[in-house]
Design a protein. Structure first.
Length: 379
């Protein structure tokens, strides 16, 4: 039977805690790693209502996006909202877990889920994380020793690319050298210039295999002093990163996009707010699930026609749309944007934990309940 520890492992594998921001508090909030888990309730926020639902549906664990205890409390006091939630969870035998900023940026993470919910094509990070490039090893070896050396280098971790191994390039040439006094040359004589039919081998290797590959090279190469270069490649953009950008299935006016977004996200009192030119034609949409006003510049630099995020404040929004060509802003409820992750997460967890039921909470934890006086305003 799966345990809290198994759920933690499944979550951490997809959303590694090391990817969380330093100020964040992710992982197990409440519970014992050995406790059995038969049913999990997924939610954005851990609230009184969510714990009540967990108890009603007999969930053993709540997996949430927002950490309950991001800002510390100093006691589990039932008169404090967090103490009350913790005591209710303990009484119901429910463990609590949160994957927050570590779930924002990866593939199958929160922004990725939002982009898929909005049916974007060609989805990529708005600001991609960099992943370390490979190293390239270039080594010269007498042609007759080419294959044995390639074998040794492959065993040490070189030459593997995706679903291929033993990847190497070789080209023939002539090596020249003159052994000096004290040398013990494999080929040629001290004081005499030698010419040898050599092969230039090029292979890639992960940085982590540098030590092992170089040790194997020095051990196996027939020359007393092998000639080689180890060249680091540039870091490369990965599939993971801040926010997402993609193309709409077809260009549409900003007002039409706002209406479509409202139809695709779970309903909230605030709905969708639009800032900028409502008639702007939008074909590229940048987005960031969660509070995104600190990334307005990134959205503008991306060249997107619209930027969808949450919690935009008056001044940053006003200043952003004042820039020439700036994207139209779509502000949606923080909860609604992040809720789109739960239907993406559920099947992934089900596949990892085949004996566990996964339920998605549809309790709206958006704090706003009423928005009278809303409507369209033209300048
Ligand atoms: Zn959030």
């Amino acid at each position: 039977m799966s345990t809290v520890g198994d759920v933690m492992q499944a979550m951490d594998r997809r959303y590694p805690p090391r990817m969380a921001e330093p100020w964040d508090r992710v992982g197990l909030v409440l519970g014992e790693r050995t406790a059995p888990v038969r049913r999990i309730l997924l939610t954005v926020d851990i609230t009184d209502e969510v714990i009540q639902q967990a108890a009603q549906v007999s969930a053993d664990m709540v997996v949430a996006h927002h950490p309950l205890l991001l800002r510390g409390i100093h006691g589990v006091d039932s008169s404090h909202p967090k103490g009350r939630v913790l005591l209710a969870a303990i009484a119901a035998g429910v463990s609590l877990f949160a994957a927050h900023t570590n779930a924002d940026n990866p593939v199958d993470g929160v922004s990725d889920a939002l982009a898929r919910t909005l049916d974007l094509d060609d989805i990529r990070p708005l600001e991609a994380d960099l992943e370390p490039g490979l190293d390239t090893l270039v080594v010269f070896v007498p042609s007759k020793d080419l294959n044995p050396l390639v074998d040794v280098l492959c065993r040490a971790g070189a030459g593997a690319v995706g679903n291929y191994d033993r990847c190497h390039f070789h080209s023939p040439g002539t090596g020249r050298f003159r052994p000096l006094a004290g040398a013990e040359p494999h080929i040629g004589d001290v004081g005499q210039q030698s010419e040898v039919a050599e092969s230039r081998i090029e292979m890639v290797l992960p940085r982590s295999a540098r030590g092992a590959v170089l040790a194997a090279l020095l051990e196996a190469h027939p020359y007393e002093t092998p000639a080689f270069s180890l060249l680091p490649q540039a870091d490369q953009p990965s599939d993971s990163g801040l926010g997402r950008i993609g193309s709409l299935p077809h260009p549409m006016r900003a007002t039409e996009l706002a209406t479509q977004v409202a139809g695709r996200l779970p309903a909230t009192a605030g709905g969708v707010r639009l800032a900028g030119d409502p008639d702007r034609m939008v074909s590229t949409l940048a987005l960031l699930a969660g509070a995104g006003d600190s990334h307005l510049d990134a959205a503008r630099r991306s060249g997107a026609d619209a930027y969808l995020t949450s919690d935009l404040r008056h001044h940053p929004a006003q200043e952003a749309i004042a820039h020439e060509g700036s994207p139209v802003l779509l502000d949606v409820a923080h909860w609604a944007a992040e809720w789109t992750w739960l239907p993406v997460l559920a099947p992934l967890l089900s596949a990892d934990l085949t004996d566990v039921d996964i339920i998605i909470s549809e309790i709206c934890t958006d704090p706003w309940v009423l928005a009278p006086g809303t409507g369209f305003r033209r300048h």
